[in-house]
Design a protein around this ligand. Structure first.
Ligand SMILES: [Zn+2]
Ligand SMILES: [Zn+2]
Length: 240
């Protein structure tokens, strides 16, 4: 059987993931060239029901134009649809906090995350809880310094682990600010401690900082805490 989740890219230079059930696929984020997305789909958009976008930063939505041209539906927060002028597109679906969306046989529940722009202003950002009867429940969370919701009954978790608080101590305050809109290892651990992970089979750490992410350490510490197989999202990783 084919894997459920495929990582095409993860991090501040671009994000794209594919969830596949056999017959249906969903593209999660389109922050890389459309050509690379197509390659990840084996050059066929057959069975692709749509694309989910978390927020307006280009590492998450660089290919929005081609995605709108080629895929049947695009689910995104209002801020993304307004910024790139898609409010009159019949393909757009406005994602709102805790409003379920049916797309193919997927049921997608968006939820609010906490993220800021480089000037410190708030950036509308959504996580997605994705259910499909063939593959179970997948949680997708990125670019959030904190998560106010608790989750349970999740089979596969994809969650940001950007940096560790002790490695950014040495940076200047203005450099540290960039990290403050992202999830640290320490906050992630505190968050996971409060969740019921009984049915969780895999955890994939995504959006690591290129210079301040420590893949081996993050994987080890999350595995030690949860006892669940943990992966680092790099191009080509397949999970599930
Ligand atoms: Zn990002
Ligand atoms: Zn961002």
């Amino acid at each position: 059987m084919k894997s459920l989740i495929k990582v095409l890219a993860s991090g501040s230079s671009g994000n794209c993931y594919i969830i596949q059930t056999g017959e249906e696929k969903i593209v999660l984020e389109c922050g890389i060239d459309y050509k690379s997305i197509l390659k990840g789909l084996n050059y066929s958009i057959k069975g692709v029901v749509g694309c989910l976008i978390s927020h307006k930063h280009l590492d998450h939505c660089k290919s929005h134009k081609k995605i709108f041209e080629n895929l049947p539906k695009v689910i995104a927060p209002l801020e993304v649809l307004e910024k790139f002028d898609y409010m009159s597109s019949s393909k757009k679906v406005i994602a709102e906090n805790k409003e379920s969306i049916h797309i193919g046989n997927f049921i997608v529940m968006p939820f609010n995350c906490q993220h800021t722009n480089s000037d410190g202003s708030e950036c509308e950002n959504l996580g997605y809880f994705i259910h499909h009867k063939m593959i179970g429940r997948i949680l997708f969370v990125t670019d959030t310094y904190y998560l106010k919701y608790k989750f349970k009954n999740v089979d596969h978790i994809l969650i940001e682990c950007n940096y560790s608080e002790d490695t950014i101590q040495a940076l200047e305050p203005h450099e540290q600010r960039v990290f403050k809109s992202h999830m640290s290892l320490e906050i992630l651990k505190e968050t996971l401690k409060t969740w019921d992970l009984f049915s969780t089979r895999t955890i994939t750490l995504i959006h690591l900082s290129r210079n301040n992410g420590e893949p081996k350490r993050f994987k080890k510490e999350i595995e030690q805490l949860t006892g669940i197989p943990t992966y680092i999202a790099i191009e080509g990783l397949e999970v599930g």
